[in-house]
Design a protein around this ligand. Structure first.
Ligand SMILES: [Zn+2]
Length: 372
């Protein structure tokens, strides 16, 4: 039996080889045509890449005149889109001025509402054809395919397509109870890639999501080592330099305030899982957080070991967990006065401040994508 199978395989291979040989010359004959197609390609592909790379712009809810204060999001939309607040439904309407329709509401592409609740809700007024859990920028979310029930009246002060079958994504904005939920509805004929790009770029303000800065002036004081920078003793903005590799966090500089106590706070609610001394850091502390349905660890390095919160203690967002160590002392393991702040994906503590392979940066988050 085995021999038979082997014979059949050999036979098939022989036929394939024969056909390949026969196709050789035929393929050559067609090559002029291929060359022509090749020549046409550049203009064609540049046209489509123009369409794809149509300038995106960032919309910020707080810049939209009359928008309800509950909206703190920012997200990217095609550059020619406009945004308006719809007071009657406490909504944000993102519309395409070039779309057909007599009113901006009828030109709506993405329509955003909100509700306050302890958990995801669905209304009795719609039929859910499909639903699935997802995550939008670390926040739990549910994607629904919904349709207004026939007996229910048309929804007022909303685009008419809200009364037709369409996709909606509900995002839970914080872990608190109750939480704000955003309801992000997609016009049925809107290209799904535009909608997905909107969701991938969608962020709510750190304070609304329950994240707070780990230290005052976080952004403006990251002047030397941002996330992901490749440091060598030769190129480092810090001299002399003893480290080499890709930076897994951000460094927040405080050498200009040698005599001031600089408090360091937990970025979110969580539990202290490590606190003590470690080589390269002096004092270091790690907090474990449940963010959405994932665990992440926040790491705070170069703290005064005497100032650290205890391992096992529960901390809230913004609660002080330590203070910066004194520059050039054992408190910072000889480093300048600064905070090394990193966010590790998953629940395994990894104290590495530098790594040698760029692709391993995937084990960390860019902290600035979490904290505004
Ligand atoms: Zn660092």
């Amino acid at each position: 039996m085995k021999l038979l199978v082997a014979l059949v395989v050999v036979g098939v291979l022989a036929v394939v080889a024969f056909l390949a040989l026969r196709q050789g010359p035929a393929k050559q004959e067609s090559s002029p045509q291929e060359a022509q197609i090749e020549q046409q390609k550049p203009s064609e592909s540049s046209k489509s890449s123009e369409q794809i790379s149509e300038q995106a712009k960032t919309i910020k809810a707080q810049d939209i005149s009359g928008a309800a204060g509950v909206f703190t999001f920012s997200a990217e939309v095609p550059s020619h889109w406009q945004a308006q607040a719809v007071a009657a439904t406490e909504a944000i309407n993102l519309y395409d001025p070039n779309a057909s329709g007599a009113t901006n509401l009828e030109k709506s592409q993405i329509f955003i509402r909100n509700f306050k609740a302890n958990s995801f809700l669905t209304l009795g007024t719609v039929t859910i054809h499909e639903q699935g859990d997802t995550t939008i920028n670390g926040r739990p979310a549910v994607r629904y395919d919904i349709e207004k029930k026939p007996a229910v009246a048309q929804f007022a002060n909303q685009p008419s397509w809200r009364s037709e079958r369409h996709i909606v994504t509900d995002v839970r904005v914080s872990d608190s109870n109750p939480s704000i939920f955003y309801v992000i509805a997609k016009r049925p004929d809107l290209d799904d890639t535009v909608y997905r790009h909107f969701l991938e770029s969608f962020k709510v303000s750190a304070s609304q999501a329950g994240f707070t800065e780990p230290i005052d002036e976080l952004r403006s004081r990251i002047t030397k080592k941002p996330f992901g920078i490749f440091i060598t003793p030769e190129n480092s903005p810090v001299q002399p330099e003893r480290f080499r590799g890709y930076h897994t966090g951000v460094d927040v500089e405080y050498t200009d305030k040698p005599d001031v106590d600089i408090p360091v706070r937990s970025i979110a609610a969580g539990q202290v899982v490590q606190a003590g001394r470690a080589a390269g850091y002096g004092g270091v502390l790690v907090v474990s957080h449940k963010i959405g349905d994932e665990t992440k660890l926040s790491l705070y390095g170069h703290l005064d070991p005497a100032s650290l919160a205890k391992v096992g203690s529960e901390v809230s967002a913004g609660q002080q967990i330590g203070a910066l160590g004194e520059g050039g002392s054992a408190e910072t393991d000889g480093e300048r006065k600064h905070l090394h702040f990193g966010i590790i994906k998953g629940q395994t503590v990894n104290l590495k401040g530098y790594i040698q392979n760029k692709q391993d940066l995937i084990g960390w988050e860019d902290p600035l994508s979490f904290i505004e």
